[in-house]
Design a protein around this ligand. Structure first.
Ligand SMILES: Cc1cc2nc3c(=O)[nH]c(=O)nc-3n(C[C@H](O)[C@H](O)[C@H](O)COP(=O)(O)OP(=O)(O)OC[C@H]3O[C@@H](n4cnc5c(N)ncnc54)[C@H](O)[C@@H]3O)c2cc1C
Length: 461
């Protein structure tokens, strides 16, 4: 992609001016709680204090208040994707509705979307009820098309939603109508998706506070170094103590491949974002954008933008690299100059008036991808449970998963345990170097389809 601006851009994004840290963490300081010391036995142990682990603990505790639940977290609650995602609360399960319908059929896809839709509403109610200020804006977002080919893709999405009977309120906006909502020359058409925008870090920190208030113990700075099944049940070893339990949930998402049974089941793929300084009133007035909705461009490598509560502009997306050997090293990959340059070009393409706005933060994080592009949620025997692989759409789905895991652990058969991604037929990725080669080939194919949708339209998404 060609950058729209030249030398000024290079000066503004000079390494010294941009912090390669997650923007959201600057919105609320974190003081991690004490680690686990000594040996503890409990009813339910959880590894990982992100949305999955926390929603599961929340739902279990509300269903069975007497349960003794302990969570071990390597860093602090929300240190993973839950604290640094882009805050689009979407109904999407896995990669796309189209993919889900293709794999599971329209009826099962429809029921799953109904439960995730309910989670989207319940998220807002949870925040109100427990005084969690997640900076939730119920504005939702627009799925936008930036080319005639993408308009056709939006039309196909709408036809599919109609087939499922869930197109009520969805309407395709022409370029002029869409630009009346977000005045960008890049936009050729759009439709509005419900949902909301949140500050992910404040949501996960608030959720951790509520879970603690319910009586759950969260041991921060406590990395699980070994997990094993013994005659007395599952045991988690950590540097200063062991946690044994009747039931164990592994909820480390993109890190889950580090546990042996999941080494091939999930791969971490990097996703980048950049955040500007807060816009002044004068700068905001340069672009007509009255509803503050987010936007997501309808392509394989999505491109998106939104405001933060303090009127910064967050731009994200572009290529999503996979690094050899499932490399998640933040020291090596948090700063990706070519991703930052691409995000600068996207900003210029969407909002030429703002193309020189300095970025204060440019950073990446790992999205957990499964081979089927659908989350994996289930159990291994009677006492070990797992959930991972939300494919970059996990804010609402993890809320639903928290109920699935509650019901699985309590031995209940409900609409949640019947969801299409529960105990599914899960395929794995090949070992290296095949994973790396496969990821390269898939990336090239998806990028090619974004650039030449007409030529490659016979290939599956
Ligand atoms: C950059 C990015 C942008 C995204 N944007 C969106 C979005 O806009 N909308 C959306 O719906 N979804 C988005 N997602 C996806 C969403 O954030 C995730 O699906 C969701 O947060 C997953 O929650 P989790 O609890 O399963 O995993 P995580 O939040 O990653 O939690 C796992 C936890 O496990 C801990 N851990 C790891 N290993 C160990 C160990 N050995 N011992 C103890 N603890 C351990 C980690 O520190 C971490 O806190 C995005 C993800 C990323 C990475």
């Amino acid at each position: 992609m060609t950058a729209l601006d030249g030398p000024a851009r290079a000066a503004r994004d000079a390494p010294s001016a941009v912090r390669h840290e997650i923007y959201w963490r600057s919105t609320e300081p974190v003081a991690p709680g004490p680690p686990l010391t000594g040996d503890v036995h409990c009813d339910v142990a959880v590894v990982g204090a992100g949305y999955t682990g926390l929603w599961t603990a929340y739902n279990l505790k509300r269903a069975e208040p007497s349960l003794d639940i302990h969570i071990v977290e390597a860093e602090f609650a929300g240190a993973g994707a839950s604290g640094h995602n882009d805050g689009f609360v979407t109904p999407t399960i896995g990669h796309s509705l189209e993919g889900l319908v293709g794999r599971f059929g329209p009826e099962r896809a429809k029921s799953a979307y109904a439960l995730v839709g309910r989670s989207m509403l319940e998220l807002g109610r949870f925040c109100k009820r427990h005084g969690v200020d997640a900076e939730l804006e119920p504005s939702g977002y627009f799925q936008v098309a930036a080319s005639p080919a993408q308009v056709r893709r939006l039309e196909a999405d709408l036809r599919l939603a109609e087939r499922l009977g869930s197109a009520a309120g969805l309407e395709l906006y022409s370029a002029a109508e869409a630009r009346d909502r977000i005045d960008s020359p890049a936009i050729h058409g759009a439709f509005k998706v419900g949902g909301s925008l949140i500050n992910p870090h404040k949501l996960v920190r608030g959720l951790a506070r509520v879970v603690r208030e319910l009586g759950v113990t969260i041991h921060e700075n406590t990395r699980a170094t070994r997990v094993e099944r013994t005659a007395k049940g599952p045991v988690v070893t950590t540097p200063h103590g062991r946690l044994s339990s009747d039931k164990l949930l592994l909820a480390t998402n993109a890190y889950q491949h580090r546990f042996w049974p999941f080494r091939r089941k999930v791969v971490p793929v990097w996703s980048y974002a950049a955040v500007t300084e807060p816009l002044t009133g004068e700068q905001l007035a340069q672009v007509h954008w009255p509803g503050r909705e987010g936007f997501v461009e309808a392509r394989n490598f999505i491109v998106f933008g939104r405001f933060t509560a303090d009127n910064r502009l967050l731009i994200g997306g572009g290529p999503a690299p996979y690094y050899y050997g499932r490399d998640m090293d933040e020291g090596r990959h948090m700063d990706n100059p070519s991703a930052t340059a691409e995000l600068r070009a996207i900003l210029g393409r969407y909002f030429p008036q703002w193309r020189h706005l300095p970025f204060t933060h440019a950073y990446g994080g790992c999205v957990a991808i499964t081979r089927e592009f659908v989350p994996h949620v289930g159990s291994m025997g009677p006492d070990v449970y797992y959930a991972h692989g939300y494919c970059g759409n996990g804010i609402a789905v993890t809320h639903t998963t928290g109920k699935v895991l509650r019901d699985l652990m309590l031995g209940r058969r409900t609409a949640y345990t019947d969801l299409l991604f529960v105990d599914g037929a899960e395929r794995g990725f090949p070992p290296e170097p095949l994973s790396f080669a496969g990821a390269r080939a898939m990336t090239a194919l998806m990028a090619g389809k974004d650039r030449f949708p007409g030529l490659l339209r016979h290939l599956p998404d």
